[in-house]
Design a protein around this ligand. Structure first.
Ligand code: CAA
Length: 279
């Protein structure tokens, strides 16, 4: 049971399609875990990717090596260091990506951290840091990218929130609040983007437009789960109707679906990918 390697997954190697040919995607936390899967998935549809990372330079170098080894599509990859909880880093990274790639069509706000403790034991620092990275960081990235997208009249912003933002979880007051906050941020930015395009007469019948959506993953088999005590993980697994953890690729395929031009009529929505955990 819950044997992660036993499930058939769409391989994100080589060019699989052309849905995102010529597009440029900036993915925060893009060099490992769910973020790296998202980069590979977007690239498999022809996109170039700019992957953000905060501290692990070795992992970033490895990401580039693996990308160049495995993906033979037209897109290329770059990596960009920055701490999303610092607005000045976010603006700099956005400028770097614009300089290197010329445009940003897709922003995936994926960078996130956990600092799990029971609420009564949670320090102010634990609270502030998780909110700063997960929620404020999403806003700091979205703001300059949205400016650029509004100028061009097209774009896709996709937030990677969590099922925990919808259900709450023991030990995750800070994380749940940050991920729930992303849902409100998504809906507001989706309304504002459509409003601004409409006001300037740029909402076209069959246009690409600017959409903002959120994916809410369940428990995904990545490094983030390593700190969860085994007994707790067993309890969590037993609550997942499909009986296993999620593979990062299963999140990535929803992100690339939402990123496509043809997804123009989906905006302000929350896409659950959680094995039925929230039913
Ligand atoms: N669900 C159900 N029961 C839980 C639980 C959870 N999420 N977390 C803790 N418990 C239970 C434990 O099983 C334990 O029960 P028993 O006394 O019956 O054994 C009890 O609560 C106390 O737990 P601990 O003994 O571990 O107490 P602690 O004070 O040492 O640690 C804790 C508390 C920090 C919350 C720790 O239990 C923990 O890290 N829990 C995991 C929290 C979690 O689920 N994190 C998810 C990380 S992945 C993620 O966040 C990505 C995403 O989007 C899903």
């Amino acid at each position: 049971m819950n044997n992660i390697s036993s499930t058939i997954i769409e391989p994100a190697t080589g060019a699989i399609g052309e849905k995102l040919a010529g597009r440029v995607a900036l993915v925060t936390g893009g060099t490992r875990g769910i973020g790296a899967s998202i980069c590979r998935s977007l690239a498999s549809q022809g996109a170039s990717v700019a992957a953000g990372y905060s501290g692990n330079k070795d992992r970033a170098d490895q990401f580039i090596k693996e990308f160049e080894r495995d993906l033979d599509g037209p897109g290329r990859a770059t990596v960009h260091q920055g701490n999303v909880s610092r607005p000045e880093d976010c603006r700099r990274v956005v400028q770097e990506v614009l300089q290197e790639h010329g445009r940003i069509d897709i922003l995936v706000n994926n960078a996130g951290i956990t600092m799990d403790k029971m609420a009564m034991k949670m320090s102010v620092e634990d609270w502030n840091q998780v909110i700063a990275v997960n929620l404020s960081g999403s806003f700091y990235m979205a703001q300059p990218v949205l400016e650029h997208m509004v100028e061009r009249g097209t774009g896709r912003i996709i937030f990677v929130s969590s099922v925990i933002g919808e259900t709450g979880n023991i030990g995750q007051a800070n994380y749940a609040a940050s991920k729930a906050g992303m849902l409100g941020l998504t809906k507001t930015l989706a309304k504002e983007a459509a409003f601004i395009l409409g006001r300037s007469g740029r909402l076209e019948e069959n246009g690409v437009g600017i959409t903002v959506n959120t994916v809410t993953p369940g428990f995904v088999a990545t490094e983030m789960l390593e700190n969860v005590p085994e007994k707790v993980l067993d309890k969590i697994r037993s609550q997942i109707p499909v009986g296993r953890l999620c593979h990062p690729e299963e999140i990535a395929r929803v992100v690339h679906f939402l990123a496509a031009d043809a997804s123009a009529y989906i905006t302000g929505q929350v896409w659950g990918v959680n094995g039925g955990l929230d039913m």
